[in-house]
Every structure is written in C-alpha cells, then in structure tokens.
Design a protein around this ligand. Structure first.
Ligand SMILES: C[S@@+](CC[C@H](N)C(=O)[O-])C[C@H]1O[C@@H](n2cnc3c(N)ncnc32)[C@H](O)[C@@H]1O
Length: 270
C-alpha cells in the first residue's frame, strides 16, 4: 500500500506513523449511511491516534466490557463470550465476518484504518446482524496499548502490507515493539496467526517472532506453514496471491507462559 504518512501527537518516545491510505474513492451513499449509522454503535471506545489519550486508561481496558452493553442488533439473541479475538488490518472484512459467524461464542475486534474497507465490512456485519463484532477504525498499535494484559485469546495478522524494500522496513507491522505489545495483551497460550505471500516480509516476521522470548512456533512439519489452518477462511489478499501463482505461508505462534516479572495477568480461555 502506498500513500500518505500522518503523524500522531504522541510524545516522541511513543510517536507512531501510520503508513497507508485512510480513504480511497468517495463512499456510495448506502456505505456512507452505514458509516454514519452503524459504525458509532460498534466502534470501540478507545481514542484514535489523533485524539488525546487518557493515560490512566492505557493498559487497563478489558475488551469484553465493550460487548456487555446494549446489543447493536437487538432482535438477535444475547450471547455469553468465552474469549476476545482480534484481527489486525482486516481489509474489507471477509475473513473477520466469517470468523464471527463461525464462532458466536467469541467476541471479535477488527482493526482497520482504511475507511473504504471498514465500510465494506459494515455492509457484511449489517447483512448478518452480528452482535459479536466491534471495530477500531485506526492503528492497531494504539488499541493494543490500551488493552489489559492477557485480554486477547487470539490475534490474526493476515497479509499485512509487506513493504519489501529495505528502506521501508520500519513500516512493517511486525516489529520487536509490536510483538512486545501483542505479548502483553495476549493470554498465555493464545495464538498469533500470521500469513504472507511476500518472501521478504516472511523472513522479517519469522526472524522477529523466533527472537521474541514470549512467542513459540507451533509448527511441527512443513504442512503446518504451507497450509492455511483448517478453521481459517482465505482472505481477499490470499486469493489475489494464489491467482498470481504465489504460495502463501502461514505462521502460528503461541504466547508463552507469563513469567513472574510480567505478573498480574490471568490467562483466559482462548
Ligand atoms: C495488504 S492489506 C490485507 C487485508 C486483509 N488482511 C487481506 O488479507 O485481504 C493490509 C491491511 O492492513 C491495514 N493496516 C496497515 N497498517 C495497519 C495498522 N497499523 N493497524 C491496522 N491495520 C493496518 C491496511 O489498511 C490494509 O487494509
């Protein structure tokens, strides 16, 4: 993805730059209506990167609380949720919505800063009346900093923007800092599922994950990284990659048991 760079007002030590587009073509009126009507009902109440951050809230928010209030689709039955799963960069939401349909006992959060993708996902959520899905239409790194330790039972990072040129390496989503934030927010044993068809992005992510002390690779044989997990439908980018003849790779890492130093976090069901 190419495009503008916008700067956050965070202090220099926390400054993040979001690479990529926030908006594409103007939305059709029906999509704009969904952004106006549905998005405010299912948007997670965490400040975006250009809003003031309540420091006291950082690292404390239990995402399950966002599913406890009135249901966005009141005519659909209430459910009890056993875990919270996050998808980073859901694109147009095909995979996110399919997972939310397949797991009505899991609460889903989808992060996507590209408005046209969010609007496409809203159309699917509205069509299916999904109560178990909330949207953060901003940088996933900001959301991660707000979540309580151990609050995520699974995280998907599927076909992130690869940024294959060496001079763009710092733009890649997977980094030591992001893995620290993910490790903090994930429960013990929670899976981090990553996929890419880009060899540079793969080497980069695999190397960062293997070096990180809080993640362990679950692969036992080549089939474990050559084949998409059976319970994971393909994303739009995977389909594009296969149409071009590429062979995507799927990494499943587990969040390691917490050490005494990390304390305070109770594992939840994953
Ligand atoms: C190459 S697309 C893949 C979309 C989808 N996962 C798929 O496989 O079809 C990468 C997506 O990540 C989003 N993205 C980039 N940086 C992000 C960030 N910091 N937080 C959340 N999403 C991000 C982009 O807007 C884009 O939609």
């Amino acid at each position: 993805m190419t495009g503008r760079e916008t700067h956050s007002p965070d202090p220099p030590s926390r400054r993040r730059i979001l690479y990529g587009r926030r908006k594409g073509r103007p939305l059709r009126p029906t999509r704009q209506a969904l952004v106006d009507r549905l998005l405010p009902r299912i948007r997670v109440p965490v400040p975006g990167r250009n809003q003031a951050v309540a420091a006291a809230q950082e690292g404390t928010l239990d995402p399950l609380q966002w599913f406890a209030g009135p249901r966005p689709f009141a005519s659909r039955p209430a459910a009890a949720y056993r875990a919270v799963w996050l998808e980073v960069g859901f694109g147009a939401g095909e995979h996110l919505v399919a997972q939310a349909q397949a797991h009505p006992d899991v609460a889903f959060i989808g992060c996507e800063p590209f408005l046209n993708g969010v609007a496409a996902a809203l159309a699917r959520i509205d069509r299916d009346g999904l109560n178990n899905l909330r949207i953060y239409d901003d940088d996933a790194r900001v959301l991660l900093d707000h979540l309580a330790p151990g609050s995520l039972g699974r995280v998907f990072v599927l076909f992130p923007d690869p940024w294959p040129k060496a001079r763009h390496a710092r733009r890649r989503f997977i980094s030591a800092a992001t893995l620290d934030a993910l490790a903090r927010a994930m429960a013990e044993g929670a899976e981090l599922r990553f996929a890419t068809d880009d060899p540079v992005c793969l080497r980069w992510a695999l190397s960062a994950l293997i070096r990180h002390p809080d993640f362990a690779w679950a692969a036992r044989s080549p089939a474990d990284w050559r084949q998409r997990p059976a319970d994971q439908p393909p994303t739009r980018y995977e389909q594009k990659a296969r149409a071009k003849g590429a062979a995507p790779v799927f990494l499943v890492f587990a969040r390691a048991p917490r050490t005494a130093r990390q304390g305070g976090a109770s594992a939840q069901n994953t």
